[in-house]
Design a protein around this ligand. Structure first.
Ligand SMILES: Nc1ncnc2c1ncn2[C@@H]1O[C@H](COP(=O)(O)OP(=O)(O)OP(=O)(O)O)[C@@H](O)[C@H]1O
Length: 238
């Protein structure tokens, strides 16, 4: 994959005490695509995304954003929703967004723009605590979009959503590349990912086992099982 990459990691690692949660992972996320990071529970997906989003410090390797070494200033162009969105339950969607626009020093009109993008313009006086899970996710994404990121990181975005919520989120995510936003998301729901992503990376035991464009005719589940089982066998043989 030699096209322009908005993000590259070069053998990035994160060790907690003596165990490597992420072990020399080299990701290549092409600009203008949706990249799906797949892996079983505990594979290292969240840890990897947290390093890219500046929430955890790598213990090894390097990261490149937009062709330059990753630095704190890269975060001005990286939006992230990792784990559940941090919302004020007693505030409306607009009020939640207002807190963030003030903190970021952004004009208030951004609020209307992002509400429109995530289709939450009509929630009026409803407080976030009373939102459905799908609405909370979309408000979390709206917050991440406020600063107009070029890369949006979403950790398990469809987790816990009902089929309608999943469908709405899928359409939203698919609309991002056309708006100049590259998406890097993690998931273990293969059938959902299959319909959203352009490229996939399969991670297990902290290592990237496979990376490439998703072949729409290929059986993703079979590929996933093969890659993860082979890595389990290698781990068992050690
Ligand atoms: N702060 C921490 N301290 C010690 N170990 C950690 C810490 N955070 C994660 N780990 C370990 O790192 C490994 C990878 O965890 P991580 O949450 O990144 O996986 P994941 O692929 O996101 O899993 P899931 O799909 O279950 O969320 C796990 O073995 C986990 O126990």
């Amino acid at each position: 994959m030699n096209e322009t990459c908005i993000l590259r990691t070069d053998r990035i690692s994160k060790r907690f005490k003596h165990a490597a949660a992420v072990d020399e992972v080299s990701l290549a996320v092409r600009e203008g695509t949706v990249y799906g990071l797949l892996g079983p529970n505990g594979a290292g997906k969240t840890t990897l995304l947290k390093m890219i989003a500046g929430l955890l410090r790598p213990t090894g390797g390097a990261m490149w954003f937009d062709g330059k070494p990753w630095s704190r200033s890269s975060l001005e162009q990286i939006g992230a929703l990792i784990e559940s969105p941090a919302l004020y339950g007693n505030l409306t969607a607009r009020e939640n967004l207002n807190v963030h626009t003030m903190m970021l020093g952004l004009p208030e009109r951004r609020i209307d723009e992002v509400l429109e993008t995530v289709d939450l313009t009509d929630t009026g006086k409803k407080r976030a605590a009373h939102f459905s899970l799908g609405m909370k996710q979309r408000l979390g994404i709206a917050i991440a979009l406020l600063k107009r990121p070029r890369l949006l990181i979403l950790d398990e975005p469809t987790n816990g959503l009902d089929p309608l919520g999943i469908q709405e989120l899928r359409e939203l995510i698919r609309s991002f590349p056309a708006q100049g936003i590259t998406v890097l998301l993690s998931s273990h729901a293969l059938n959902e990912v299959e319909q959203i992503v352009d490229d996939i990376g399969i991670i297990s035991g902290g290592k990237l086992r496979y990376q490439g464009p998703l072949d729409k005719n290929a059986d993703l589940e079979a590929l996933f099982m093969e890659v993860v089982r082979a890595s389990d066998r290698r781990a068992g043989a050690r």
